[in-house]
Design a protein around this ligand. Structure first.
Ligand SMILES: Cc1ncc(COP(=O)(O)O)c(C=O)c1O
Length: 370
């Protein structure tokens, strides 16, 4: 096994860069002792909503909870159908199944986002919502998706887990739909020091219900209005997120520059990188190429000391957990082809130009392009 010269992520370096400020934010929480539902939670919610131009932000304990609770509060019920792409993290689909609704898969386009041209053919009398996923931090074609939803009276639930800091035509991810669900998992651009999540909504009613629901359905200590759950974002995570929100634009800018360097160095004859869309301001959460002989390239990079990851080898409609939905190989040709070709190259704000060059050279050399 070769030494790792280019790590896929570098969370230790992130801590080294912000050590003093981060420890001071955490110390403040510990000194105040308001570990549950403390001031940092409401401060983070206000700051995140203002950053994105959302009316309300509800801090929760994961992106998965944000998806499930957002759908539930928006009124999606058992046996409703929700249209969603098959190439996300399994949580997108699982959240639909967990509230008793039925996931209906819609194939994706070359940019790996849901293909709006295929949505209408999937709408049935049971369809209640569309759940686009802003994969890698690139926002879906929300103008078209919103228009389809409006024509057919459907809700839009945005899986914005990867889209904090991403805009399309000047509008922030997660602010088109009735709810936008965000993850603050350590691999996201705006990350907590463990699991965390939050949700944007324009609806005061949904916001009020979820503030209660995340806290056992309690209106106050003595009044439980409905059976809720415990999905409160811990105050320490909120303090970290509040601190990191101030640095988010800088993180994204550094990632954008890395992607530009990758694009200029990678010879694109044997691989495909979705082109820049001028309508997008991408959050650059992952840098995924689509390439020939992917598994061999993956092994070659490992040998060269470059960590790369496959997101994902198996599309969700072909997961054992999806068996009861009745999908077969061949049903989602674009997503299935991409599952054989996608490879995420190391991509984080701490990469040096030399590390990017080393990675690009290793890829080019593999295809005999050096
Ligand atoms: C697209 C997508 N949806 C949902 C999730 C679930 O978020 P979490 O891990 O915070 O529950 C993630 C993150 O892992 C994700 O990337």
């Amino acid at each position: 096994m070769s030494d790792v010269l280019v790590p896929f992520v570098d969370l230790k370096q992130r801590f080294a860069e912000e050590r003093e400020e981060l420890l001071s934010a955490v110390t403040d929480v510990l000194e105040r002792g308001d570990l549950i539902g403390g001031a940092a939670v409401t401060d983070f919610e206000a700051a995140a909503a203002s950053y994105a131009g959302a009316a309300h932000c509800i801090a929760l304990n994961s992106g998965t909870d944000a998806l499930m609770m957002g759908m539930m509060a928006a009124g999606i019920r058992r046996d409703d159908e929700v249209i969603t792409p098959p190439n996300s993290f399994v949580a997108s689909t699982a959240s639909i199944a967990h509230i008793g609704a039925t996931p209906v898969f819609c194939d994706v386009g070359e940019d790996q986002n849901i293909d709006p041209a295929r949505i209408e053919a999937l709408i049935t009398p049971r369809t209640r919502a569309i759940m686009p996923v802003h994969w890698t931090g690139r926002i879906c074609d929300m103008e078209t998706i919103s228009a389809i939803a409006e024509t057919h009276g459907l809700l839009v639930i945005e899986d914005s887990a990867q889209s904090m800091g991403a805009y399309r035509n000047g509008r922030h991810g997660g602010t088109w739909g009735v709810v936008g669900a965000f993850s603050a998992h350590p691999l996201k651009n705006l990350n907590a020091v463990g699991d965390g999540g939050f949700l944007f909504t324009q609806s005061a009613e949904i916001a009020e219900r979820l503030r209660r629901y995340r806290n056992h359905g309690l209106a106050d200590r003595d009044t439980c209005l409905e059976w809720g759950v415990n999905s409160r974002l811990d105050t320490i995570h909120a303090a970290v997120l509040l601190h990191r929100l101030r640095r988010l634009d800088d993180v994204i800018e550094r990632r954008r520059r890395n992607v530009e360097l990758y694009r200029s160095l990678l010879v694109q004859d044997d691989l495909f990188i979705p082109p820049y869309d001028p309508q997008q301001s991408d959050a650059h959460v992952m840098f995924i190429i689509q390439c020939e002989r992917r598994d061999e390239l993956h092994a070659h990079l490992t040998q060269s000391g470059v960590q790369s990851l496959i997101y994902y080898r198996r599309p969700i409609h072909l997961q054992p957990a999806a068996a009861a939905l009745g999908y077969r190989k061949g049903d989602m040709p674009v997503a299935e082809r991409q599952a054989d070709r996608v490879l995420a190259l190391p991509h984080h704000q701490h990469l040096s130009p030399e590390q990017i060059e080393m990675t690009a050279n290793a890829v080019n050399a593999f295809y005999g392009r050096s």
